[in-house]
Ligand binder design. Structure first.
Ligand code: AMP
Length: 283
């Protein structure tokens, strides 16, 4: 496994492998890896000849009051994990490699970027789309792998790929959870033991939603109401949003059905966590 830090070197390596006819899989990450990331890496390894994992804490997707500085970083630990998975290249650029002085170009997916997480994180998805498009340009992947955990991100990126006619297929993989149900996230490291316990309320409220749906409940206001009440019982939790939307346009639905995205963002103490489910047909 080789760690590459510059765009010219990354491009040169990619050129060589592409001309040898190899397919390329990209897993974009911000590092501090966990099993969720590794599930994407394994999918990439399975699907493509060459796996590239990028590690870049992207300043453009953090708001001025957000945790860019505090975001956990440990590239040595990450590299060891990726080496074990049989990754071929890690792309690990510095911030000014991706955004040199005078950088001015940004990509936006109208409308979708303002919904759900976009409401409390203005500019976040503009930062995400910009960095992912740049990574696509440098690495030219045939397939790129993303997690369902960040459902809105995946949907927005799929729309960007479609709208800009990019030659990459986006694969979205299921959310990997801790044994007790908490969705894995690099930000879980911010939680103290009490908050870690409180954070379970996200997954629990989604589980309750699923239980109600399985019992035949369809009304969004009933299901979301129960979820909000459940989260409201947890003193350390503060709701940012709890919504049921269609998984195309992210518009609220009145009746929950197949394909509905039930998504939430909740502050546990100072840490903002997200989770979601997509309602699948009953079997
Ligand atoms: P991040 O490093 O948080 O930017 O995440 C990099 C990629 O890993 C994104 O596509 C995330 O959706 C995905 N990811 C993060 N957490 C999980 C998880 N628990 N399960 C599956 N994918 C995840």
């Amino acid at each position: 496994m080789k760690i590459i830090t510059t765009i010219p070197e990354m491009k040169a390596v990619i050129k060589e492998h592409r001309s040898a006819g190899r397919t390329i899989g990209l897993v974009p990450t911000m590092g501090f890896l966990h099993e969720g990331h590794l599930s994407l890496v394994r999918a990439a390894r399975k699907k493509t000849d060459l796996t590239v994992v990028s590690i870049f804490v992207n300043p453009a997707q953090f708001g001025p009051k957000e945790d860019f500085k505090a975001y956990p970083r440990d590239v040595n630990r990450d590299s060891a994990m990726l080496e074990k998975e049989g990754v071929d290249f890690v792309f690990y650029p510095e911030a000014d490699e991706m955004y040199p002085r005078g950088y001015k170009t940004y990509v936006e997916v109208d409308d979708l970027e303002d919904k759900l997480c976009g409401r409390s994180r203005p500019g976040h998805f503009r930062g995400v789309c910009t960095i992912v498009l740049k990574l696509f340009q440098v690495i030219r992947p045939d397939f790129a792998f993303f997690g369902q955990k960040d459902a809105q991100q995946a949907l927005i990126l799929m729309r960007m790929v479609r709208d800009l006619n990019l030659d990459v297929h986006i694969e979205v993989l299921p959310t990997v959870r801790e044994a007790d149900g908490l969705a894995m996230s690099s930000r879980n490291t911010y939680l103290n033991p009490e908050e870690r316990r409180a954070a379970l309320v996200l997954a629990k409220s989604l589980k309750e939603a699923k239980r109600l749906i399985d019992r035949g409940e369809r009304k969004a206001y009933v299901i979301l109401g129960k979820m909000r009440a459940m989260i409201g019982q947890e003193p350390l939790a503060r709701i940012d949003y709890v919504e049921a939307v269609d998984a195309e346009e992210l518009n609220p639905v009145r009746d929950i059905g197949e394909g509905t995205l039930i998504a939430l963002a909740v502050y546990i103490g100072a840490t903002r966590l997200i989770d979601n489910i997509i309602v699948r047909p009953e079997r």
